[in-house]
Design a protein around this ligand. Structure first.
Ligand SMILES: [Zn+2]
Length: 292
């Protein structure tokens, strides 16, 4: 920004649900050397950044990719009540997830669309990203075309901690999805598909969120997920370097929200109490209350 020099390529790694304090702790421990190197070479926010409200995946992914907060982007939560259409989208439901970007408001621009507005020939890639509207290549677009992702089997995982994948089906699934995403990202950089080098490579890392849910945000699986992710990031950066573009590539590591340890038994709805008071209410997604 100071010199006017600009990167020719940007790689964004969105570590879903990764607690900023945990990430800092793992980097300081020396167990995530690639992420540490990214932080050391550039600048970082020591205490993380503020998520927009609600601090949920779909809401903040869309904000990160559009610059519009959830009240304006068209996607205000993972699930919500659309009064105009009288429907409740649930974008973590597998039948709807891959079509999430259909809900982005028409007057909002994604970063992919913004790049193509000024660089029509740019090649942009969305790896397992919900807000993929306008990307040249998108994992979700492949699914929308009718092909389900061909997830690698347990034995094919290159960077998954076997103890963790055996202990938790969620950790295993997150590892499979991420290995496929990083494999695709590496292919887009190493010329496998004959595409030009991507101007923007946006990778949604899902394991950090799955692991946090499985062990709690400060648990062993959450910590291990950052180590596994670090190894996958190494593969991608190696492909960028092999393409001769590493010194012209900006790498951005962000999250969409963190996590707090909470009491899983505290899960009652406000609905019975409000209904008992005569207030008609619709409780959507365990926390969004629509008063009638
Ligand atoms: Zn998330």
């Amino acid at each position: 920004m100071l010199t006017g020099d600009r990167a020719d390529h940007v790689v964004v790694l969105l570590l879903d649900g990764c607690n900023a304090n945990l990430l800092r702790s793992v980097i300081d421990s020396g167990d995530a050397p690639r992420l540490a190197a990214i932080a050391d070479r550039g600048t970082h926010y020591r205490h993380g950044t503020m998520a927009s409200l609600p601090t949920a995946t779909l809401a903040n992914h869309t904000t990160a990719l559009t610059g519009a907060h959830p009240g304006h982007s068209g996607i205000i939560h993972n699930t919500w009540f659309n009064r105009a259409a009288a429907e409740e989208p649930d974008l973590l439901d597998l039948g709807q997830m891959f079509w999430s970007s259909n809900h982005i408001a028409d007057d909002v621009e994604t970063v992919f669309e913004a790049i193509h507005r000024t660089r029509p020939d740019a090649f942009t890639a969305a790896l397992f990203e919900y807000a993929d509207r306008g990307a040249t290549w998108s994992s979700f677009d492949v699914v929308r075309g009718g092909a389900m992702p061909d997830l690698p089997g347990h034995d094919e995982l290159a960077h998954a901690d076997r103890e963790a994948t055996s202990a938790s089906p969620m950790y295993l699934l997150g590892s499979q999805v991420d290995e496929l995403s990083f494999r695709h990202a590496v292919e887009l950089w190493d010329g496998t598909h004959g595409n030009p080098l991507p101007e923007l490579t946006w990778v949604d890392v899902v394991l950090t969120d799955e692991a946090g849910h499985a062990s709690g945000p400060h648990g062993e699986l959450a910590r291990q997920s950052i180590l596994d992710t670090d190894a996958r990031v190494g593969d991608l950066l190696q492909a960028v370097e092999a393409a001769g573009a590493l010194d012209r590539t900006a790498v951005v590591v962000i999250g969409d929200h963190g996590m707090e340890q909470s009491d899983p038994h505290v899960d009652e709805s406000w609905e019975p109490a409000l209904s008992a008071c005569g207030v008609p209410v619709r409780d959507v997604g365990g926390g969004f209350l629509y008063l009638g």
